[in-house]
Design a protein around this ligand. Structure first.
Ligand code: NOJ
Length: 767
């Protein structure tokens, strides 16, 4: 039978009327609608068997694409059978409106109750039109632009049948070795919380029932970014203080922003795998934070509790996971295979199954899937929507905003637009796939604008391109290890030749897009392969180098910082990468990005972050003494600090002043500073405010970001920027195991980078 939305809608209306509940359209978030959705969900639950409820908690990978270990033989047939029985609540990695339609049709037309499926996908930074990697977008500190980017991703993804993205990843990480730092917002919980909120609002919009919005998913709950030694999936052992003050805030902000789903994580957290962690999922998330959406496991993470040494077999893993509050099983087959028996044996409460199914069904109502399960499956709309010009313009805009100017001696940048000879060197300069970065499974290879193409659009100069050296060799595909070229220097001579005849050399070096991301930790943070040698060889013949970095994590490049006059951090910027980079290099866009993560001098300094504790021996107390907290072979300071980023404008800060020096609860202090654009170029600056609590019941970091403002100033314009300090801003998870502000002395710092600030003191006196 062909699906007819009117008939389906009538059937659902009748179905709901028969079981005694209201049938009007109910998908927004007013409490009245929420009540109405809840009563519909209750009515459906009454009709469901235990197996059908468990089925809602079962998520299978689609039959075509995978983002985890390869499924075993025979699993595809089981999936199909389960689908027809109504024992599947969601699928992931199904590509395209046609495929989604085919599977949804089985769920709606061939199962007993016709409950539609959720279709999840890793739309991490775009579906086919790719925006910058999330770490790059975080460098924009532009919350509106980040929200807009998520909105574009949601609109494009929903046009191919997806109604749920596994994003944003809100894991804080202080370890650049961890490959997944590319997927988050960096090292700071405050910036991370603001960005989490922006992304969720971009994905979910104000109305989930619209066919342009998707469910968002805050992941990975929790601690995943603190993997020991930066090795993916590794053990996490952190104090309660770090958990509460650093790791959890972006998750809490996600709940406050209305995120409808969470994903738990692969890691063991202080001895308990996150997937089986009741304290995290039930006590904190569902009880304290009152989250009423649902939690999906990570891929196979329920069964991974077996090798963790926490569950003895898959059945035991299912018991632990559900009792801990994990609502949906992604690809472990543990819930579908064992939950029924576990209920019968009295090891799992039926009410917990019912609660999980309720949470999942609720989101299906919110999405409007019961009214039209095929609302995301229109092939002609898909064709007209995917890759459209408006999306291309949108991702170009955020790509430009994500670029960070790290160094610009003697104003080497911007480049003159005519009359110059420019050498462009580096395999990444002519790569149309690498800029897409990691996590772009909906995008076509070779679909990005390369730097060579972007620069070719500026015709006034002569441009000579030479590869110099490959970065990676062999297959570079999502599932496979990338092989680094660490021997072949045969093309160096051609690069040296073009460099010799050029006025300026632009070198695009760094990591291929698939050298960061899941499963891609590194133990070395230098330029991979022979690129450092290439850089030094070119430098010998021409010192006028602009180094454009492509990378998914902070790099340790001390030689480049010391010697190369201009360095541009261009990350992996997505489909419009080359255009964005060229516009910045030629000054058609004035860079304004700031680092969301510290760049170390040396991998041995990692974890290195700006909001560190002072220690009892922060500095040398006698000349040449060894007994202080330092390295004997490296400085303590970073190569580039959190918050650092230059502009073609010259910004100057002056007159930091406080409205008063002391305040009590319910009062406020106004902090103001004058920012002047002392140049003839319009530009944007991120003004950052940090606070230090000098003496507290638990030691506090030397600085913590508490506010920021992105300000645009005309040439020579000066403006007074004001921030408000209130009690809330001083709160932390204290020795009393609660969030509170403590009386005492504080410092406030304001400036353009965590290591370049003006400071004042003030007091908070708690009544
Ligand atoms: C594993 C990753 O950790 C998670 O982030 C992703 O969403 C799932 N695989 C699904 O692809």
């Amino acid at each position: 039978m062909k699906f007819n939305p009117i008939i389906y809608s009538l059937l659902i209306t009748l179905f709901i009327a028969l079981i005694g509940c209201d049938s009007k359209k109910t998908n927004s978030f007013s409490s009245k609608d929420k009540d109405s959705i809840d009563s519909k969900v209750d009515s459906i639950l009454k009709l469901m068997t235990l197996e059908e409820k468990i089925g809602q908690m079962n998520q299978y990978n689609g039959f075509w694409e995978i983002t985890g270990p390869t499924p075993k033989e025979g699993q595809a047939a089981k999936k199909y059978e389960d689908l027809k029985k109504g024992h599947v609540g969601s699928m992931l990695n199904v590509k395209g409106a046609k495929e989604v339609y085919a599977l949804q049709k089985i769920a709606v037309e061939e199962t007993r109750l016709g409950i539609p499926l959720l279709f999840g996908f890793d739309v991490i930074h775009g579906y086919k039109t790719i925006s910058p990697i999330p770490l790059a977008e975080a460098a924009s500190w532009d919350l509106e632009a980040i929200k807009e980017s998520a909105k574009i991703a949601a609109e494009e993804a929903s046009a191919v049948g997806i109604n749920w993205t596994f994003a944003p990843m809100v894991d804080i990480s202080r370890d650049a070795r961890w490959g997944r730092v590319m997927e988050g917002a960096g090292e700071d919980p405050f910036l991370g919380s603001k960005i989490a909120e922006a992304r969720i609002k971009g994905f979910q919009g104000d109305d989930l029932s619209s066919n342009k919005t998707v469910l968002a998913c805050a992941k990975h709950f929790a601690g995943y970014g603190f993997a020991e030694s930066g090795r993916d999936y590794n053990t996490v052992d952190v104090s309660e203080q770090t958990l509460q003050n650093i790791i959890l805030p972006p998750f809490k902000a996600s709940v406050d922003a209305g995120v409808r789903t969470f994903m738990n994580s692969f890691n063991d957290l202080n001895g308990i795998p996150a997937t089986g962690n009741k304290f995290l999922q039930r006590d904190i998330l569902k009880d304290d934070w009152q989250f009423d959406g649902f939690i999906v496991s990570d891929w196979g993470s329920i069964n991974e509790m077996i090798p963790h040494g926490y569950a003895k077999d898959s059945k035991n893993a299912a018991e632990i996971a559900i009792n801990a509050g994990s609502d949906m099983d992604m690809e472990s087959y543990a819930y579908i295979d064992h939950l029924k028996q576990l209920v019968e044996e009295g090891k799992v409460k039926e009410s917990d199954i019912e609660d999980a199914a309720r949470r999942i069904l609720r989101t299906k109502f919110e999405l409007g899937l019961f009214e039209n399960p095929y609302k995301y499956c229109d092939e002609s709309y898909e064709k007209a929507t995917v890759g459209k010009k408006e999306f291309q313009d949108g991702v170009l805009d955020i790509a430009k905003k994500s670029i960070v100017l790290l160094k610009n001696d003697n104003n080497l940048l911007p480049l003159q637009k005519s009359g110059k000879k420019i050498a462009l060197i580096g395999a990444l300069a002519n790569d149309k796939t690498s800029p897409l970065g990691s996590w772009r499974i909906g995008a076509d290879d070779e679909s990005a604008i390369s730097v060579l193409e972007g620069m070719n659009a500026y015709e006034g100069n002569q441009l000579f391109y030479a590869k110099g050296a490959d970065v990676v060799i062999g297959r570079t595909q999502f599932m496979w290890e990338t092989k680094i070229n660490d021997t072949d220097k045969s093309e160096f001579s051609k690069a040296i030749e073009v460099a010799k005849k050029a006025d300026v050399v632009v070198m695009v070096l760094g990591e291929h897009g698939l050298q960061s991301g899941e499963g891609r930790s590194r133990s070395d943070l230098g330029l991979p392969g022979v690129q450092q040698d290439l850089l030094e060889a070119v430098y010998k013949v021409n010192k006028n180098i602009v180094l454009v970095l492509n990378n998914g994590r902070p790099l340790a490049i001390p030689w480049a910082k010391e010697n190369i006059p201009a360095i541009v951090e261009a990350w992996h910027l997505g489909t419009q990468s080359g255009n964005a980079i060229a516009q910045v290099l030629y000054g058609d866009y004035n860079p304004s990005g700031k680092l969301p993560m510290t760049f170390p001098r040396n991998v041995g300094q990692v974890p290195l972050y700006y909001n560190y504790k002072n220690t009892g021996r922060p500095s040398m107390n006698e000349p040449e003494s060894v007994f202080w907290s330092h390295y004997i072979d490296e400085q303590n300071t970073p190569l580039f600090a959190f918050g650092h980023g230059l502009s073609y404008s010259k910004f100057e800060y002056s007159n930091l002043s406080l409205s008063k020096k002391s305040f009590q609860n319910n009062e406020k202090i106004e902090v103001s500073i004058t920012l002047k654009n002392n140049s003839n170029i319009k530009g944007k600056e991120v003004v950052q405010l940090y606070i230090r609590d000098l003496i507290a019941s638990l030691t506090r970091p030397v600085k913590e970001l508490k506010a920021f403002e992105l300000v645009e100033l005309k040439p020579q314009e000066a403006r007074v920027i004001t921030f408000i300090i209130d009690e809330k801003m001083l709160e932390f998870y204290s020795a009393n195991s609660k969030w509170e502000a403590e009386s005492g002395e504080f410092k406030v710092f304001v400036g353009g980078s965590s290591d370049n600030v003006m400071e004042e003191n003030f007091q908070f006196l708690k009544k």
